[in-house]
Design a protein around this ligand. Structure first.
Ligand code: SME
Length: 170
């Protein structure tokens, strides 16, 4: 069985440095994207102590639909352009929200959430979904998280195979 191990939890740069190659090997022999998304959500939730919710939304028929996640029950569908997830999807850019109460369009899925980061998942120039992390503390996510989680998003998107009817027109 695969194990994820990091020697420090406080030093975020060190955590990501140890974590990224492990995530890569976690996905290396598995072609099923849902299995990989499920394990990535678990690995990130397990190692980033400040993340209270980690999960995927996949674009299906023009809407973001909940995929594998770790954390409390969440909204199943988000329109592109709505909320933090829909904004990251529409802009195809990482969105960091230090205080969700100050984000006008924030969708309250998890009542514990105080800050959030959402990264777009792009394969061959097409949006396939988003990776969303929430925290029960304000200001939990910064540029270091963005840079490293963007690498995770690219790693996942590159390996993504359309085994499932994911995408705009399917
Ligand atoms: N807060 C998100 C919704 C998803 S949950 O946080 C899991 C948003 O505003 O898009």
């Amino acid at each position: 069985m695969e194990q994820i191990r990091v020697s420090s939890v406080e030093d975020r740069a060190a955590v990501y440095k140890e974590l990224l190659p492990q995530l890569e090997s976690l996905m290396a022999d598995e072609p099923d994207s849902i299995a990989n998304a499920a394990n990535l959500a678990a690995a990130l939730k397990q190692t980033l102590y400040y993340a209270s919710w980690v999960g995927f939304y996949f674009l299906k028929n023009g809407e973001l639909v909940l995929g594998p996640f770790q954390g409390k029950v969440a909204c199943t569908r988000i329109k592109v352009g709505k909320g933090v997830c829909g904004t990251a999807a529409a802009q195809r850019k990482t969105v960091i929200v230090p205080n969700v109460y100050e984000f006008p369009d924030h969708i309250f899925c998890d009542p514990d959430s105080k800050s959030e980061i959402v990264l777009p998942l792009i394969k061959n120039g097409e949006l396939i979904g988003v990776l969303d992390l929430d925290s029960s503390e304000y200001g939990s996510f910064d540029d270091l998280d963005a840079r490293n989680l963007e690498l995770v998003a690219v790693m996942f998107s590159d390996s993504f195979s359309e085994t499932y009817p994911i995408g705009n027109g399917s």
